[in-house]
Write a protein that binds this ligand. Sequence first.
Ligand SMILES: [Zn+2]
Length: 301
Amino acid sequence: MLKSFITHFFLLSVVIVNGQDMLEPSSGGGFEESIIERRTAVVLNNNEAVAEDENAAETMRDSYIDSLMTFPAHDIYETWDNINIHAYDFDYKDFSDTLDIVMKRSECDFSHPFRGNITSNFGDRSARYHYGIDIKLYKGDPVKSAFEGVIRISQYSKSYGNVVVVRHNNGLETLYAHLSARKVKEGDHVEAGDVIGLGGNTGRSTGSHLHFECRFKGEPINPNDIINWEEGKLACDTLQLTPENFAYLKTARSKKYHTIKSGDTLSGIARKYGTSLSAICSLNGMNRNSTIYAGRKIRVR
Ligand SMILES: [Zn+2]
């Protein structure tokens, strides 16, 4: 009975929330159905812990529903993870719909995160694809949230340094990395333009800059699809999210090889492709002392 109540709650929530939320599927029901299925699966797992006691079940159900209602875009995300930056198992290959993601209803709905020169754009960067855009700034420059939302992540990461991830009502998440200081904590509500941190050079970074990413259910979207970085304004008021936005991932995640030339060393190849010696070794079943021969192809991605 509890099971069916919760299942019905989710069916209702998807229908009701779509009417008031900023993200509206504009075609097809497959996407909604998969959300409902996965949410039901989450609930079923939770049910294993439900005691036979009806009251305990009731309390658990209420708090579970309450917790779902408190984070943005709960009709799209069934989780609220404050520990893992990359917390979703969504695969872009399963996405076949067109979603209208409303970026702006009024002037105050968007604020440019930081105006500065682009030092490295989104795109292929040798072994590692660059899933964000780099903006030059100086240590201490204020970095602002692009849209209203709730802070999902505020932590120090080895690669991103001080990093903040904001979940927005429209279903997008934005990420701000290499900060010298974080000014928000998980669960904080922010408006567009609120300072979330100060610019810096922390984590895997050479020189102060802002590394900005925009993701939908964990899959990166080209930040130029949503923001015109040169002019400091939105690229569009409504983003039509289609499989086209994720088409680049096929190349980005494809294998990449290097043909060894005489004079090459494994560490030199790692540097050339912006990867690490250990990554190359594990991709090719080698160790750092393995002998390499000219003409042999080795995998770098
Ligand atoms: Zn970057």
